[in-house]
Design a binder for this molecule. Structure first.
Ligand code: COA
Length: 373
């Protein structure tokens, strides 16, 4: 009988970060330039003037104070406002694989595991750098892992869907040690010129080593259960793809980057996630009072406050529902794993916690864990 557990997690954080002050200063310079360049059309009423962004709004609406990025200077340059990562030769490792490998090595080192002990690699993230070959297979090769690998994308829920997939492989005896890797270069799919969302995302990579309990190091996390849910919605969407790669220059291509109806997302996803968590707890016969900690998806501080309150029946403390939004921003699938990675060492043997993701699709996933001795 095989029993999947989380042996360790790993984290790669880019060196550079952008504070809200830096972000808003650059955005507002872009706005001023746009309004200056289009003064005639604005005066004539044929073009709407752009409005300034504000640090106060960003912090109040999202809880985000800063975000890490792989390519800071071009993002803050009002003439560019997107990352500029030089294209690499096919003989060089891709950027997504490189940061995934860094997170994977961290997880392997923490578990005292060698790459050759791993049987499979799942690259589970929101935005793959290319269609094929799979980034997971490139990571597998870079680490020297035998076996197999594949990519999967369930947007911000990719990590929990990846954990369930890895756990199922282990239960079925198809693998004994699986790396689930979440490299997220969110800065490449964010529209840094969009006032409503320019503050949301950051770059990072996380890794989760899911293994059979018989191999796992002391202090691993038992997986008591997982639950996944999807429900179609257009409210978070990115239409970029190979069918529209050659769009005429005149075509409006704003929909080829991240777009959302933020208010609708907030209103519709909060109840969906709270119900999913409560149904998972009910299924496992665990009272919410026994939950020591929830590592929720890091999209918005207000959403997390509401979800945690619905589950616990009271306002969650920072200890019950820690946030990394202030320093990392929204890092898509990696968010709940960063929260877990940075805020789990203090739990005692036998204590219960819940990793939970949610996002585009809509998609949501929960992983109930118990600290082992
Ligand atoms: N700076 C200053 N003001 C801004 C602004 C900015 N950058 N962006 C928007 N505003 C203004 C709006 O123009 C609006 O002004 P008005 O009331 O005069 O019309 C006001 O702030 C409120 O805008 P709104 O978009 O309704 O804000 P909100 O409170 O809903 O917060 C989000 C926006 C995106 C932070 C919030 O809806 C959210 O987090 N939703 C869930 C997002 C999410 O989790 N997505 C998943 C991504 S994976």
């Amino acid at each position: 009988m095989f029993e999947p557990v989380i042996s360790a997690t790993g984290l790669f954080t880019p060196k550079e970060s952008i504070s809200n002050d830096e972000l808003v200063e650059s955005f507002n310079r872009y706005v001023d330039q746009f309004n200056h360049d289009n003064a005639g059309a604005i005066e004539a009423g044929s073009t709407e003037p752009l409005q300034h962004s504000s640090v106060e709004f960003i912090e109040k609406a999202s809880g985000i104070k800063s975000r890490f990025v792989l390519s800071k200077a071009p993002i803050l340059d009002p003439e560019i406002m997107c990352p500029r990562l030089p294209e690499r030769l096919n003989s060089e490792i891709s950027v997504l694989a490189e940061i995934g490998v860094a997170a994977a090595r961290d997880a392997l080192a923490r578990a005292g595991r060698k790459p050759e002990d791993v049987d499979a690699v799942l690259c589970a993230c929101s935005n793959l750098q290319r269609a094929y070959p799979a980034i997971a297979v490139e990571i597998q090769d870079a680490l020297g892992i035998q076996g197999f690998g594949f990519d999967m994308n369930v947007a911000c829920s990719s990590a929990t869907f990846g954990i369930q997939t890895a756990a199922d492989f282990i239960r079925a005896g198809h693998a004994r040690s699986v790396l689930v890797i979440n490299p997220e270069i969110c800065s490449g799919h964010l529209n840094w010129r969009d006032r409503d969302s320019h503050f949301i995302f950051g770059d990072v990579a996380t890794a989760i080593l899911v293994e059979d309990k018989s191999l796992a190091p002391a202090g691993h996390w038992e997986i008591l259960g997982t639950r996944l849910k999807t429900q179609f919605s257009n409210n978070i969407r990115n239409n970029f793809g190979f069918l529209n790669r050659t769009a005429p220059e005149t075509r409006d291509d704003r929909d080829k980057l991240f777009m959302q109806e933020g208010r609708k997302v907030f209103k519709e996803v909060v109840p969906m996630v709270a119900e999913l968590i409560l149904s998972q707890l009910g299924e496992l016969n665990i009272s919410p009072a026994l939950l020591r900690r929830m590592w929720l998806h890091q999209a918005n501080a207000g959403m997390n406050r509401l979800i945690a309150a619905r589950v616990l029946g009271h306002e969650a403390s920072a200890d019950e529902s820690p946030t990394v939004l202030d320093t990392y921003g929204n890092t898509s699938s990696a968010g709940s794993i960063i929260a877990f990675h940075l805020n789990s060492e203090d739990l005692n043997t036998g204590e219960l916690g819940l990793i939970c993701s949610f996002g585009a699709g809509y998609s949501a996933g929960t992983v109930m864990v118990r600290k082992s001795g």
